[in-house]
Design a protein around this ligand. Structure first.
Ligand code: TMP
Ligand code: MG
Length: 212
C-alpha cells in the first residue's frame, strides 16, 4: 500500500517499572486518537518456541544459557513477517520488551559479552523509538515483592540495569529515558508525547535494521 506505515515502538526497563501497564495505556490512547495501534510482547509465550521459553522462565525446565538466548532471539525472528505486515498496513506496534531485554538479561550472566548477546538480533526491524522506563532498585522495592520466575532477584536485576545503561550509549538507536517513578498518569503522558512524535517521523521512512 502507498499509505503511511506504522511505527515500531518498544518499551524496555527492569522488572516492575510498569512496562505492561504503560503499553496497554499507550495502545488505548493511540487508538482513541484515531491512530491504528496494537500491542505485542516478547517473549511471545504462545508459539512453540515461546512455550519452551515460558517453561524455562517458570523453572519447569532447564535450558543451557546459550540455547535459551538463541530461543529468545528466534522468538523475535519468527514474528518478523507479522511485524512487517502490520507496519506496512499502517498499524503502529507497541512492543513490551525486544532485543534490548535479550542482550541485557543474557549478558548479565557470567561469561557472556554484550557483543555476543547482540549478534543473533542484528538485522531485526529497528524500533523507531525505544523508551526505557527508569526506576531505581529502591523505588522498585517499594512496589512489592519480586515474582517467582527466573531472573526475578534484586542482584540479577541490578546487573541487568547496568547492561541496559551500556546499550543506551548506542546513538544509532532512538532511546528516550522515562522517569518511571512518576505516577501512572504522568508516565503515560510522557510516553504518549514521544510516541506521537515518533509516529509522525516514521511514516515516510523505511523500516531500518537493528544494530546494522
Ligand atoms: P515478562 O514476560 O514478565 O516480560 O518476562 C520475561 C522474562 O524474560 C524477563 O525476566 C526478561 C526475560 N527476557 C530475556 O531474558 N530475554 C529476552 O529476549 C526477553 C524478551 C526477555
Ligand atoms: Mg515478569
Amino acid at each position: 500500500m502507498a499509505g503511511k506505515r506504522g511505527a515500531l515502538i518498544v518499551l524496555e526497563g527492569v522488572d516492575r517499572a510498569g512496562k505492561t501497564t504503560q503499553c496497554s495505556r499507550l495502545v488505548q490512547a493511540l487508538q482513541q486518537s484515531g491512530r491504528p495501534a496494537e500491542m505485542m510482547r516478547f517473549p511471545d509465550r504462545t508459539t512453540t518456541i515461546g512455550k519452551l521459553i515460558s517453561a524455562y522462565l517458570e523453572k519447569k525446565s532447564d535450558l543451557e544459557d546459550h540455547t535459551v538466548h538463541l530461543l529468545f532471539s528466534a522468538n523475535r525472528w519468527e514474528l518478523v513477517p507479522l511485524i512487517k505486515k502490520k507496519l506496512e498496513q499502517g498499524i503502529t506496534l507497541v512492543v513490551d520488551r525486544y532485543a534490548f531485554s535479550g542482550a541485557a538479561f543474557t549478558s548479565a550472566k557470567p561469561g557472556f559479552s554484550l557483543d555476543w548477546c547482540m549478534q543473533p538480533d542484528v538485522g531485526l526491524p529497528k524500533p523507531d523509538l525505544v523508551m526505557f522506563l527508569q526506576l531505581s532498585p529502591a523505588e522498585a522495592a517499594l512496589r512489592g515483592q519480586f515474582g517467582q520466575e527466573r531472573y526475578e532477584t534484586s542482584a540479577f536485576q541490578n546487573m541487568v540495569q547496568q547492561k541496559f545503561e551500556q546499550l543506551m550509549k548506542d546513538p544509532t538507536v532512538n532511546w528516550q529515558v522515562i522517569d518511571a517513578a512518576q505516577n501512572i498518569e504522568s508516565v503515560h503522558r510522557d510516553i504518549t508525547a514521544h510516541s506521537v512524535n515518533a509516529i509522525k517521523e516514521a511514516q515516510n521512512l523505511p523500516v531500518g535494521e537493528l544494530w546494522n
